[in-house]
Ligand binder design. Structure first.
Ligand code: UD1
Length: 388
């Protein structure tokens, strides 16, 4: 009799719901007779439009477990997840624990699994911004070092791992001490491919049809801690947005709750936001669902963002991107000229945005695999599961 492979799949933040949708859909469609998924939601994102909306629009089943970790400082938030995840893993006894990306949810899942000697699979392994003051960089490095299999999305991720002394040619049996490194392609590219095909065959969908009543030149999002928790940085970015809107570019700016809260606490930022919100051609709205973002991406001229996920989605949609940071873990999209790092100085943001709108990049090479990442991951996990 074939042994069922049990995976505890841990998600909690917006981009992880998107990534998990591809894995869960592939399991449902192709591997239902061999893989049993157990979905654990850490509760890191909990607002309707940060969590449930993604479950609805990506047709995700409800999680098997929901932990109410909520928002807090990094240590408290991670601790609130760690204990319940450990209890769930002890109860479920999975063959593998699967985590995605670089959030506090990723870290909590990785630590819980590794300490219980449950093999860990890290999807989106090997990314580095080489800035350890970013919480995400610490989460990525620690998670990679807790893993038994590291699914690297790109060649750059493989090179990063080699630089850290990882042997990318290890042989079985694999373990935390002898991890496998697999070039799997990028799971977000798979989600993009699956959903864009459907969108191209149907009328505008998603939860926000009002978004498509007009054309937007610029899609902007800001949520990174290094931008939001620094009044000067946020002020410079918002000033650039104001200037671009005054130059008559139309801008759609879905605002992350972190950013909204920071603005509400600063008189300077509030005043700036008041000025911005009185301009006709800038629309500030609540965070929007994945399908609506894809719809907007089809139409915009350019994306301004500090999000790792959105800078890649702009690339998939063949749109230029100004990255509102000094570094990126997706360096290949900058190297090929599709995106540019602006930092946070107002003048640099405006200058790069105008330049990229007037001279849009033409080179969007195939950097992220063939959109079959989740199948590669499932096949590998099935073949490398120890018999019990
Ligand atoms: C987290 C990830 C980041 C990822 C992002 C995707 C970490 C360290 N950061 O950042 O890597 O790019 O998710 O969106 O894990 N809040 C709400 N409602 C919610 C969720 C958050 O109001 O549903 C507010 C709270 O004030 C909270 C703040 O947003 O303190 C930040 O949320 P948090 O999950 O800590 O980090 P993100 O900025 O979302």
């Amino acid at each position: 009799m074939v042994q069922m492979v049990k995976l505890c799949i841990i998600v909690g933040a917006r981009p992880q719901f998107i990534k998990a949708s591809a894995l869960l859909q592939t399991i449902r469609n192709k591997y239902a007779d061999i893989i049993t998924p157990v979905l654990i939601h850490s509760g890191q994102h909990y607002d309707l439009n940060m969590s449930e909306v993604f479950f609805q629009t990506l047709q995700l089943d409800n999680p098997d477990y929901f932990i109410e970790s909520g928002s807090a400082t990094h240590g408290v938030q991670t601790a609130r997840m760690l204990e319940p995840i450990e209890n769930i893993l002890l109860k479920e006894k999975p063959h593998w624990c699967v985590v995605f990306g670089d959030t506090n949810t990723t870290l909590a899942g990785a630590l819980a699994a590794a300490k219980l000697n449950i093999p860990l699979a890290h999807i989106e392994a090997g990314l580095r911004s080489y800035d350890k003051t970013m919480p995400e960089e610490l989460n990525r490095i620690i998670t990679d070092h807790c893993s038994t299999v590291l699914f690297a999305p790109t060649q750059t991720a493989l090179i990063n791992l080699r630089k850290e002394g990882y042997n990318t040619d290890t042989k079985p049996p694999f373990s935390i001490n002898n991890p496998a490194i697999i070039l799997s392609g990028d799971i977000m590219y798979e989600v993009y491919k699956n959903n864009i095909e459907q969108l191209n065959n149907s009328a505008a969908a998603g939860n926000n049809k009002w978004l498509y009543d007009r054309h937007w030149d610029i899609l902007c999002t800001i949520h990174r801690q290094q931008n939001t928790d620094n009044e000067k940085n946020l002020c410079q970015i918002l000033t650039a947005l104001y200037a671009l809107a005054e130059m008559s570019y139309s801008i759609i700016f879905p605002i992350h709750p972190r950013t909204r809260k920071v603005i509400a606490q600063s008189a300077v930022l509030q005043e700036l936001m008041n000025k911005i919100s009185h301009l006709d051609n800038i629309r500030i709205c609540e965070p929007i669902d994945y399908i609506s973002i894809l719809n907007i991406l089809r139409d915009v001229c350019i994306v301004l963002t500090d999000s790792g996920g959105l800078q890649k989605e702009a690339f998939f949609a063949r749109k230029p991107c100004v990255i509102l940071r000094n570094e990126t873990e997706w360096i290949e999209i900058v190297q090929c000229g599709a995106a540019a790092l602006s930092g946070v100085h107002t003048h640099d943001i405006i200058h790069l945005t105008q330049r990229m709108i007037h001279h849009p990049p033409q080179n969007f090479p195939e950097l992220f695999g063939d959109g079959k990442t989740s199948g590669i991951i499932c096949d590998w996990l099935i073949s490398n599961t120890e018999k019990r």
